[in-house]
Design a protein around this ligand. Structure first.
Ligand SMILES: [Zn+2]
Ligand SMILES: [Zn+2]
Length: 172
């Protein structure tokens, strides 16, 4: 049954109309069959001489009810799904645009932060993360000595070095 359900195109309005009409009809027929069968069976308890001759309707009514509810569920669910999809599509587009906008802003923020960091003449302490002036020899935050980078050859020298280890230039 699940296979045949999958093969039915939910976009086919004629099929859906038939399902919507047939589903409740089958359900109703199933309920009637079940009611007759149960009443027929229950009459045995009131009248022991009564023979439940219509109890076989129970075995027709049950599948009918199941089939009917499955058909009407599928018939109506198609509409619900389509409605939900129509409702969600613009929301999804908005969400995408919103996220794209946020991402663009985020990228812009990161780029500007990198540019600021590259043009910033100060230096950040590797030990405690405190911002210090470029000329600082010791960290404002933790007192750790900074290395002195040679302006000529970019060699890192000891914080108290007066001349570059590598090229001999005087360190500022
Ligand atoms: Zn520090
Ligand atoms: Zn040097």
């Amino acid at each position: 049954m699940g296979n045949t359900d999958e093969r039915i195109n939910p976009g086919h309005s004629k099929v859906r109309r038939v399902l919507r009409a047939l589903g409740p009809l089958l359900m109703l027929a199933g309920v009637v069959c079940l009611a007759i069968a149960i009443i027929d069976f229950a009459m045995v308890f009131g009248d022991m001489s009564h023979q439940p001759t219509r109890f076989w309707l129970f075995f027709i009514g049950l599948p009918l009810l199941a089939l009917g509810s499955a058909l009407s569920m599928f018939g109506f669910m198609g509409a619900v799904f389509r409605f939900a999809a129509q409702e969600q599509a613009p929301v999804a587009a908005d969400t995408f645009n919103y996220l794209a906008g946020e991402t663009q802003e985020g990228v812009r923020d990161v780029v500007s932060a990198i540019r600021e960091g590259m043009t910033d003449q100060g230096k950040v302490c590797q030990a405690c993360g405190a911002d210090n002036d470029a000329s600082a020899r010791f960290c404002d935050g933790c007192g750790k000595p900074f290395q002195r980078t040679c302006a000529g050859c970019q060699t890192n020298n000891d914080a108290d070095a007066a001349f570059c280890d590598s090229c001999g230039s005087a360190l500022a």
